[in-house]
Structure formats: structure tokens, C-alpha cells
Design a protein around this ligand. Structure first.
Ligand SMILES: Cc1ncc(C[n+]2csc(CCOP(=O)(O)OP(=O)(O)O)c2C)c(N)n1
Length: 720
């Protein structure tokens, strides 16, 4: 031990599996500043040796063909010291080189072997993911992704929630030097810096990102860059375990004193190839590899230091290694007896649609716009959950976002509509992470659905988490976004609204193809309020598509200007709380008697279809049924099948461009499942196959389907 150092620590015995694999780990240190005598440096060393020996064992087993893949930790074992310097309740967002951090936090030596051998007993994902993707809700370890740094925006959300609740913990988020170049990492940096979050960011710089040296990942100094961005930062020698421990204590102390986030550039060496799929000699020189092994091995360095300090004898080094190897081989034998996943699990933990509890809206009904209904729903949510918030661009301004959807929240619940930096991925990360931690949905507002694209990866990962972690983690999250034609004008005013490029994409094609995601697109104010309130009960992420054109729209009318009664009643919205079921369509009948055509639509196209149907029925009598899907994923297959069975003719209408789209999916589903109920080819109406609706009126009108297009198609089918 260095002169003048003392260790103040609380040793916690973590005991797994009836004491067979007892490992004493130091997981709680109570005093910052100086190392105290009681830091169990031997236990820390043993943890690091365990990581290395397990790494070598698994590497060999992969080479022997026992499982398909392994990515190791050799050179990164000082991460055990980082975790030892934190508190046991601090949160961890680790990456695939952090086996030592896993062992230090959990003491669980079975876990990594179980995952390597894909056993159902695996604590990270029950054998579902590749090995080395650390995850445990119980131990506050967020689910690691293969997407380099993909977890970092979620870590910012955890930090946001910690700060919101004024909790004393922090979150550690790690990634490699390649990870430092990702958008995701920059998002975490900005989240933490702007909101002064309790986040410790560590770049574990081993000099390589597969074959790319770290010099190509950034220019200048990482530490200076971080300081310039308003974050306390240090460069640390990660091959020196005590220096790593002390630096972590310093940085954690800085965060806990309320001074905001901290950043560590941790210099390490990579002792193995990138992964079991990489040949180290094909891109690294022999001398460089040898030098790295001789000088940058934290396990060797720490062992040598312990011998110098008289804490270990020379012989102990090999003795400990052998003991650990024998223990791990015994664990391996036990793990191999454990059950493997069975094919019947393959659809488990994909999606959690909330079970709807029947409730009768009791509030007084008033005729309101969809925008008012959304305002009301957000206020209801804020009233019922003191920690509910909406986060997005401009949402905290008195205007309540560019469309005014949060205006009531801003006045009635100050602080619950929070304006974000202009970064959609950052928005999703904050809201998804906070929802994961709190177990309840918080709401992101994406100003226009077109701009969700920088967040696409984070959204896809949010929807994957429950599947990947075999249900251990869930991501309740609402993403409200303005979508589709128009800039908010009433449908009856003609013209689609001039949304043009960047402001008018329908959007459902981007969300309905994500497994694990719910997509909702209401057509009426009544549905918008009831479905938004129900979306907040979901444990899966929800994309809530608000059609700009419907924000202030009146109910649809026929060509003579008469309101269509079957629809108009849904502009009457009850006061207070009520919910509507997710996954249930609304079947609307225009006219009398059995329906001759079923029209499947959602959002704005429901109104267009109603107008078209009313015009035809007004002229020719009979009835036409409109199935308003309301929820697009999962859509109400039963309602669609029943409507087709009755009418024997069907039209699917979407305002998506005619490319791979949700509309095409529904159409194909009908062909496959309702073929024998059809009297003719199922019709399909969509926007044209162009990038987006042009700004000028003539071209814009030619882009979208309208009531007239639908009316013509109805006549065509009726004439067949
Ligand atoms: C977003 C993304 N791009 C590319 C890859 C493929 N890939 C896997 S690991 C890796 C290099 C990561 O390097 P670094 O962050 O320095 O971590 P290291 O493996 O060196 O510890 C790459 C490019 C990926 N998994 N994710």
C-alpha cells in the first residue's frame, strides 16, 4: 500500500449457491479521499483474477467449439476497482469488456458461464443473448447491447430519474474508445452536461476498436473536450488498480457533492484479440502485443504491487490462479447440467399490451378538438402520477410545444413539461431510461415524426429490451408525435396543409415493423384521450401518432355539408379519467342494413373514408362499414376478419407512400387470412410512391388519397 493511504470500506459477503462459490467482494465504500485499511485488496485481486481466469477458460471453450462466440475482458480487469469504489446501490451501464465489474458487483461466477453456454438459468437474459452482455435488474445493471454505446442514452435517463427523485445514487456508464465516437455517447454527454446529471462516464480506451486505433476516433484530447463541455474530467492509468480506485472515488465524490457529471478517460491495454472472431496478428504487430502484455496487464501489475507491499507472497499468485481455475471448472460442470432454452419460448416477452379494465367514462361530455383532448389526457396523467413528465423540444414553453399539446400541463403542473435540447435521440434516451427506472411510462414528444430518425436505434432497442433480457427489464415509454398530412388545419378546409418534406410523413411504417412496440393512431378526440391514458399503463413502448391534420379538425361531413353522425359523437369528450382498450378497432357503420364494403383505415383516412361512404350511401342506399383500427400494432385481426366476412369486399386505405408500408401489411394479411370470404381482389389505396408530399397545393393534393379517391374505388367495387 502506498504511504499514507488507508482504506475505509464496508465488506459485504455475497454468497451464491449455498456458499459453494463464496467470494468476498468489496461493494460498498463509505468514505472518500483516502484508502482505508479495510479495503480488502486481496478480495479485489481475487475478483480480478477470477475475471481473467474465466476469460481464459471461456476463450478456450469457444476455440473447442463448445459455443459460437466469446468476447473477453483481458486488460480491463481494473473495472473491478471502479465498481469497488462506488456504492452498492449505484447503477451500472456496462459494456462487453466489463466482466470484472459484473463479478465485483454481483459476486456471481455462475452467471457468465450460464450465458456462455446459453442456459435458461442465465441471470442476464436466460441464454437469449450473446455472452458478455451484462444485465441484472436486481443488481441495477442495465441490459448491455451489441450496438456499441447503444445503452448510453438510456443511462442518461436513469441519471435524469435519480436527479428528479433526489436520490443519492449515481450511474456509471462505460464504453470503449470506439464507443466514444458514437452519436449515442455524445447524447449521454449532452444529457448529463445540460441537466447536470449524476453520471460517471468512463471511456475504457484500450487503443483499439476492432482493427482501428483510437487515434481515428477523436481529435485532440478527450479530457479537454469534456472539460470544454462543462464536465469535470480526468485521465487515469487503468493499468494501475489503486490509481483507478482512487480516481473513481474522487469523481464519484464530485458527482455526489451535487456538482454534476464526471468523465474519466481510462487508459488500458487490450491483451487479447477483439473477439473470438478476430485474428489478433492480422492487424497488430507482434512487438506491440508483447509490450502491451508486459506493461499493461492490470492483474499482473496489481499482483506485483501486492507482493511488493507484503500483502501476498510470490507463490500466492499462482496458488490463487489455480484455486480459481479449479473452482470455475467445478462451476462449469454444474452449469452444463442445467437446462437449455426450448423452442416454445421464442415468442415470450415480446410485447406487453395492458389488460384493459372496463371503465365507463363518467365525466360531463363536451365537444372538443383532439388537441384539447390530448392536453386533458396529459393533465390527467400528471394528476395521477406525481413523477409523470413530458420531455421534448419546446414543450415547457408557455405555448406548450409547437402545437400546444402541453399548454395545459405547463400552466397547471409547472415543471412537468420540460424543454429538451434539439436532439431526438437524447429525448428518447431520457424518457426511456427514466421509465425503466421508475417502472412507469413517461412521455417523449417528437415534434414531427419525420425527425424521429436520429432516435431510431434507441427506439428499436427500447422495444427489444424485454425480449433480450427475457422479461427482466421493461421499458414503459410513450412517444407522442405529430404525423401525417398537414400542418394542423381542419380537414374540411380542403388542401392537405402544406406540411411538405420534413413535416408530413405518416410514420406508421417506421414503428409497426418493430417487434415489441405498440403503435396507436387515433382518428377522434374521444379516442385520442382514452387511448393516451391507456398507453400510460403499458409496459412496452408506445408510438402515439397524432395526425396534425386532426388536431383541430371538426367531425367529417358529407358532400352536402351534413355532419356524419356515426363519427361526430366521438368529438364529445368526457371530463376526467377514462381509458380505451389497446388493440381494439372501432367498427363504424354508415347507412342501414348489411354492409357491402369494408374499409380498413386509421387516422385521417377514417374521416376521408366516412365522407366517401356517406356520399355513396346517400346516393345509393345500403351500408358501408369502416373499421377504424385505432391501434395499428398489434391490430385487431378479429374485427378486420369479421368486417370482411360480412361485406365480402374490402378496401385498405393508408396515407403512407406506396412502398413497404403498414397498409401493405394489412392488405397482405387480409389476402392470406380472408381469401375465401372475398368476392373480388381486395383494393388498396395509398399516397403515391414519392419521397413526401410537395409544398405546393396541386402536387400535394395529388400525393394523398382523399374522400374522392375512396369514393371512386367504392363505385368501382360496387360495379364489379
Ligand atoms: C454501432 C455499432 N457499430 C459497429 C459495431 C461492430 N463492432 C463491434 S465492437 C466494435 C469496436 C468497438 O470498439 P471499442 O468501443 O473501442 O471497444 P473495444 O472492443 O475495443 O473494447 C465494432 C466496430 C457494433 N457492434 N455497433
Amino acid at each position: 500500500m502506498e504511504p499514507g493511504m488507508s482504506i475505509e470500506a464496508q465488506n459485504v459477503n455475497v454468497d451464491f449457491h449455498g456458499g459453494k462459490s463464496r467470494m468476498t467482494v468489496n461493494i460498498q465504500v463509505t468514505e472518500a479521499g483516502r484508502l482505508a485499511e479495510s479495503l480488502d485488496v486481496i478480495a479485489l485481486y481475487r475478483t480480478m483474477v477470477t475475471a481473467r481466469v474465466m476469460n481464459d477458460l471461456l476463450k478456450t471453450r469457444k476455440t473447442q467449439g463448445k459455443f459460437p462466440f466469446y468476447i473477453g475482458c483481458a486488460g480491463h480487469e481494473s473495472m473491478a476497482a471502479v465498481v469497488a469504489a462506488l456504492n452498492e446501490n449505484d447503477w451500472l451501464a456496462l459494456y462487453y469488456r466489463d466482466l470484472a465489474a459484473w463479478l465485483q458487483r454481483t459476486g456471481d461466477k455462475y452467471g457468465p458461464l450460464r450465458e456462455a453456454y446459453s442456459r435458461v438459468t442465465g441471470p442476464m437474459c436466460s441464454g437469449r443473448n450473446m455472452p458478455s452482455h451484462y444485465s441484472s435488474r436486481r443488481h441495477r445493471i442495465l441490459p448491455g447491447f451489441s450496438e456499441v454505446a447503444g445503452l448510453t442514452p438510456f443511462a442518461g435517463g436513469i441519471g435524469f430519474s435519480l436527479k428528479w427523485h433526489q436520490e443519492p445514487e449515481l450511474i456509471l456508464s462505460t464504453t470503449g474508445d470506439g464507443g466514444a465516437a458514437t452519436n449515442d455517447f455524445h447524447v449521454l454527454f449532452r444529457q448529463s452536461a445540460v441537466h447536470r446529471l449524476p453520471v460517471l462516464m468512463i471511456i475504457e480506451d484500450n487503443g483499439w476498436a476492432i482493427t482501428a486505433p483510437s487515434q481515428i476516433q477523436w481529435a485532440g484530447s478527450l479530457v479537454e473536450w469534456a472539460r470544454g463541455g462543462g464536465v469535470y474530467a480526468e485521465e487515469v492509468d487503468g493499468t494501475n488498480v489503486i490509481a483507478t480506485y482512487e480516481a473513481t472515488r474522487r469523481l464519484a465524490g464530485h458527482i455526489r457533492s451535487g456538482q454534476g457529471p464526471a468523465f474519466m478517460h481510462l487508459r488500458l491495454g487490450l491483451l487479447d484479440p477483439h473477439s473470438s472472431s478476430t485474428d489478433i496478428r492480422s492487424y497488430r504487430k507482434k512487438e506491440e502485443i508483447e509490450l502491451t502484455k508486459a506493461t499493461k496487464d492490470p492483474v499482473k501489475n496489481f499482483g506485483r504491487w501486492l507482493v511488493e507491499q507484503g500483502q501476498l507472497q510470490e507463490d500466492d499468485i499462482e496458488r490463487i490462479r489455480k484455486e480459481v481455475r479449479a473452482e470455475l471448472e467445478q462451476i462449469e460442470r454444474e452449469v452444463l447440467q442445467e437446462p437449455e432454452p426450448t423452442p416454445d419460448r421464442v415468442m415470450q416477452h415480446v410485447l406487453y399490451v395492458p389488460e384493459w379494465r372496463e371503465n365507463i367514462p363518467r365525466g360531463k361530455k363536451r365537444m372538443v378538438t383532439m388537441l384539447s383532448a390530448i392536453n386533458e389526457a396529459l393533465v390527467e396523467l400528471a394528476q395521477r402520477d406525481p413523477d409523470f413528465f413530458v420531455y421534448g423540444e419546446d414543450v415547457g414553453s408557455p405555448k406548450g410545444g409547437v402545437f400546444g399539446a402541453t399548454a395545459s400541463l405547463v400552466t397547471q403542473f409547472p415543471g412537468r413539461a420540460i424543454s429538451s435540447p434539439l436532439n431526438e435521440q437524447l429525448i428518447i434516451g431520457i424518457v426511456a431510461g427514466a421509465g425503466m427506472k421508475d417502472g412507469r411510462a413517461r412521455c417523449a414528444e417528437i415534434q414531427f415524426v419525420d425527425y424521429h430518425q436520429s432516435a431510431a436505434q434507441t427506439i428499436r432497442l427500447a422495444a427489444r429490451i424485454s425480449y433480450q433480457s427475457f422479461g427482466d427489464w421493461k421499458v414503459p415509454l410513450i412517444i407522442r408525435t405529430k404525423s401525417g398530412s398537414g400542418g394542423g388545419g381542419p380537414i374540411s378546409s380542403g388542401g392537405a396543409g402544406g406540411g411538405a418534406f420534413g413535416h408530413s410523413n405518416a410514420g406508421e411504417q417506421w414503428f409497426t415493423c418493430i417487434p415489441g412496440m405498440i403503435t396507436i393512431c387515433p382518428a377522434t378526440p374521444f379516442d385520442a384521450k382514452g387511448l393516451l391514458l391507456e398507453a400510460a399503463r403499458s409496459q412496452s413502448p408506445v408510438a402515439f401518432l397524432e395526425r396534425g391534420r386532426l388536431y383541430r379538425s371538426e367531425p367529417p361531413k358529407d358532400k352536402d355539408g351534413r355532419l356524419i353522425a356515426a363519427m361526430a359523437e366521438y368529438w364529445n369528450v368526457p371530463d376526467g379519467y377514462y381509458t380505451l382498450p389497446i388493440g381494439k378497432a372501432r367498427r363504424l357503420r354508415i347507412g342501414e342494413g348489411p354492409s357491402s364494403i369494408a374499409i380498413i383505415a386509421w387516422g385521417t383516412m377514417v374521416l376521408e373514408a366516412c365522407t366517401a361512404a356517406a356520399n355513396v350511401v346517400g346516393r345509393e342506399g345500403g351500408a358501408i362499414e369502416i373499421v377504424d383500427l385505432r391501434t395499428l400494432a398489434p391490430f385487431d385481426e378479429e374485427a378486420v376478419a369479421a368486417a370482411v366476412k360480412e361485406a365480402n369486399r374490402v378496401i385498405v386505405v393508408t396515407e403512407e407512400a406506396d412502398l413497404t408500408s403498414f397498409g401493405r401489411h394489412v392488405h397482405s394479411w387480409i389476402v392470406e387470412h380472408c381469401f375465401y370470404d372475398l368476392d373480388g381482389t381486395p383494393a388498396f389505396i395509398s399516397a403515391v410512391k414519392a419521397p413526401a408530399a410537395p409544398y405546393n397545393e396541386p402536387e400535394e393534393s395529388a400525393f394523398y388519397p382523399t374522400a374522392q379517391t375512396i369514393e371512386e374505388k367504392i363505385e368501382e367495387l360496387l360495379a364489379e
